[in-house]
Structures are given as C-alpha cells and as structure tokens.
Design a protein around this ligand. Structure first.
Ligand SMILES: Cc1ncc(COP(=O)(O)O)c(C=O)c1O
Length: 472
C-alpha cells in the first residue's frame, strides 16, 4: 500500500494498465454493491481531475457531471486548497478534540454562524453527512431527555429521502430499493409522502398537492402525538431521490407546523449547502425558513477533505445550559471532530465561494436549467427538473402513465455508458440521470454537457427500440 500511494495518478492510468482495477476486484468493497458482485467489481478508474473535467484510465477526458458526488463545488485541482492542506498539515496536522482545540475550527464555526439563517450559532463538526445527521438526531434525543421529555423521540422523514448510511440516518431513507435488504430503526421513524410534484395524483393541481402534503403532515402529528415526535428531517431539495424540488410554500408551512408542535426542524443541506443553489445555505436564502438545525458536508470542503457538521440553534443550547441538569452529559464525540486540516480547507473553500463562485452559480443556473429542459423534446424523457446547479432527467416508458417500471430499470446506466463514450460522466439513478456539475461550469461547457446527454439519450432510445424493450 505504501509503495502504491507514492505512484502519481497519471502513472496509474496508463492505457491498458488495469492493475488498480484488478486490485480493487480482489481487495476493495465498493459502496452500494449487489450480493452477486460484492468484493469483485470493476468500476471506471479515474486518474486525474482538472476544473470541471476528470480523466479516466484510457486517458479520456470527461465532464464531471455529478461533481464527484455533489462535492467538487469549486472544481478539481484548486491549488489554493492543496496549499492550505499542506500548510495546515505542517503547522498542526491533528489535535485531540476531547480536551484541546484548534483555531481553524473556531474560525470556521464563526464564519458558518454568520452565513446561517435565524439563530443558528454553533457548529459541531463531523466526518461527513451521515455522521452530521446522526449527530443532529442524537442531540435531539439528549435535548428531550434533559427537558424531561424522554418519550419525545420519533423522527418524521419522507419518501424519496436520502440522509446517510449510518444506522439511524439510513433508517430515514425513503428511496426505492435502499431498504429492501437492509435493517433499520423502524420503530423510531414515521414516513410521509415525498413532495414530488411530477408524481402527484393525476388531475390534482400543484396547489392542491401542496395542501395534501401539509394536511398529511398535520394529520400525522395529530395521530402520532406531538408529545412523541422529536424531529422532522428533510432535504430542502431531495437530491439523491431524483432532485425533487418541493412545491412553492411547502417548506415554510411544514416549518410552522413543527414550531407550533415543538418538533425540531432539521434541514439536511448536505447537498444544497455551500453553493449548489447559489448560496452558502439554501434554507434561509432560497426557501425562507429558519431551521433548528442544519446539517452539511460535501461542498464545505468541495470534497477535498472529509468534513461535515451540524449547526445548532442558540435557543436549544441556551435551554440546555439553563436546565435543571447541569451535569447531564451529551455523550457524543468523534475522533476527527473539528479536524484542523478539514476546517482550514473549508475556510479557504468558503473564501473561494464568497469571492465569486456563488455569484457565478447564481448567474449560470438559469442557463443550465433552460438548456437541460430542451431534453424534454426526446420521447424517452418524462421530465427535466431542477434548481440552481442540480437537475434530473427522468425517463419514463410513456408520459401518460409516467411508468418507469415497464422500461429497463437500468436505463440511467445505459445513458451513462453512452455518455461516458462521448465524454460525460452521468450519475445514473434507476430510470434517472442526475446532473450536478462543479459550480464553475461555463455556458460553453453547459452546451457541451447537454449536447452529449442528448446524444447519449438518443442512442439509448435506439438500443431500447432494437431490443424491443420500448416502443416510443
Ligand atoms: C442529503 C444527504 N444527507 C446525508 C448524506 C450522507 O452523507 P455522507 O455520504 O457524507 O455520509 C448524503 C449523501 O449523499 C446526502 O445526499
């Protein structure tokens, strides 16, 4: 391993050299594997990244359509970030967060508090998104224990949600297939409908659909009992569920019901935070809500270092400090909490975002959305939807039934394979393709991306017709 880590990426990816792929097949367990191929799987080997591009093992340059995994917000190969990592490692590479602290984490917590909505004032730093959601939920449990409300612990989540892969965060997930073969803390979670306007009942207006969702939320609180519900966890835009943009006003109304019922509102901004919707946080600036907690990760370091966190309302902390249990211990900590390198990178990343990347994201987003929307001309495409620099192309067998199931369920993977040939990496999701490029993408690069996607979908339509899978 030590010898391999000294090899530069460009040396690993010589055409025809499949060493890394062979090693992975023998020794690596990759995420989201099927039982039939677990521990024996070749995935596209990526060697280098630069700006919005990555280079695969054959030397082919591809647009990084998913920005890693909604991560590489300021683009690959930013020397400023690499330099900060080096400098911080040379100054202080690590300190124990149990009884010491470091300056970058305190400074970052202050900058995050300045950018956060409402009275969100303090951050607990984690190693990523799952641990951020997990921390928010454990904090809710502790908070209600200290308040003498130990029965107030249930969590409301929604279909289409993705909140992580640790046990409790994964228990909130509501996407198809995620939980078919996996256990979860089902006795702690109550599920609600996804706010997906595309799949609203036939003939129902968007306004009526919004009322339905809000009524369902209120009825569920009444049925289950507000005294048993501790938190609602929701992504402002359901990201991995297929970029589900909620109908206007829905989040504000849910936020109010939570406030009225003493249910903590946790806004999961692991994807939407740090620029994807053109702002550091979308909860306040895009949706006009002030959550009790916000979770974030990914874009906070543009993926250069694993870091996440949960921002907590001053009101909640103040209530704990003034409680009758000053000795109650929040028994929660991570070895890499407040990691100095991660926090230093995040500070520089925030500079880059605030010095121009956020503004660029706001300016390019309408063009990005409009160009992608033209793909609705293709008969396989049921809907193109999105917000900011996140979008989804959803394929359906026919627009009347909107049925994705009659279609080959891996249509997203087929499109991705064609696009890979043509120079674009796509994130396939069953019958969908999710696009979330680095925020620095230019209008010419948007044109390239959409042209490749159009050709990739057209080739997929030809394949499906030839195989008799689809008659569109
Ligand atoms: C909204 C949301 N929350 C949480 C997570 C989990 O984050 P991580 O994979 O960093 O643990 C993800 C990951 O994609 C996510 O999209």
């Amino acid at each position: 391993m030590a010898a391999q880590s000294k090899i530069k990426a460009s040396e690993i990816i010589e055409p025809g050299d499949d060493d890394a792929v062979a090693l992975a097949k023998r020794h690596l367990v990759q995420p989201w594997p099927y039982a039939g191929s677990v521990g024996n799987e070749a995935r596209a080997l990526i060697g280098e990244g630069d700006g919005i591009y990555i280079t695969d093992a054959s030397g082919k340059r591809l647009i990084d359509g998913p920005a890693g995994m909604w991560c590489i917000n300021v683009g690959h190969r930013r020397e400023e970030l690499a330099k900060v990592m080096y400098d911080q490692a040379m100054a202080l590479s690590y300190n124990t967060p149990w009884y010491t602290m470091n300056a970058p984490s305190a400074e970052l917590a202050k900058r995050i508090a300045d950018a956060a909505p409402g009275d969100l004032s303090h951050t607990f730093f984690t190693t990523g998104g799952s641990s951020a959601v997990e921390t928010a939920l454990r904090f809710m449990q502790f908070y209600n224990n200290v308040r003498g409300r130990p029965e107030k612990k249930l969590i409301l989540s929604r279909g289409g949600a993705y909140h992580g892969s640790t046990y409790l965060s994964a228990s909130l997930n509501g996407r198809p297939r995620d939980r078919d073969w996996m256990d979860g803390a089902d006795d702690l979670v109550v599920k609600l409908s996804s706010p997906d306007p595309f799949r609203r009942p036939k003939g129902m207006s968007t306004a009526a659909f919004t009322d339905f969702l809000v009524d369902q939320f209120r009825d569920t609180v009444a049925r289950v009992g507000a005294d048993r519900i501790g938190a609602f966890v929701g992504e402002p835009v359901q990201a991995s569920g297929g970029v589900i943009v909620p109908p206007d006003g829905y989040l504000k109304r849910i936020r109010e019901i939570c406030r009225e019922n003493d249910i903590l509102y946790v806004s999961d901004e692991v994807v939407t935070g740090f620029g994807r919707l053109g702002h550091v946080f979308a909860s306040g600036d895009v949706f006009g809500i002030d959550p009790d907690m916000i979770t974030f990760a990914k874009g906070v370091t543009s993926g250069y270092f694993p870091l996440g966190g949960v921002i907590i309302s001053e009101r909640l902390l103040e209530e704990l400090r003034r409680s009758n249990h000053p000795d109650a211990l929040f028994g929660h900590g991570l070895t890499y909490t407040s990691h100095p390198i991660g926090c230093a990178v995040a500070l520089k990343n925030l500079d880059l975002l605030e010095e121009g990347v956020l503004q660029h994201a706001r300016e390019i987003a309408p063009y990005f959305q409009a160009r992608l929307k033209t793909l609705e001309e293709l008969p396989l495409v049921g809907e193109v939807r999105g917000l900011g620099l996140m979008a989804c192309v959803e394929c359906v067998a026919d627009r009347e039934s909107k049925d994705p199931l009659q279609l080959d369920k891996d249509v997203g993977k087929r499109i991705d394979a064609h696009c890979h040939e043509l120079g674009l990496l796509v994130r396939p999701l069953i019958n969908m393709c999710v696009m979330s490029p680095p925020l620095i993408i230019s209008s010419e690069q948007v044109d390239d991306m959409v042209a490749i996607l159009r050709e990739g979908i057209s080739r997929t339509m030809d394949d499906l017709r030839k195989e008799g899978v689809w008659r569109g």
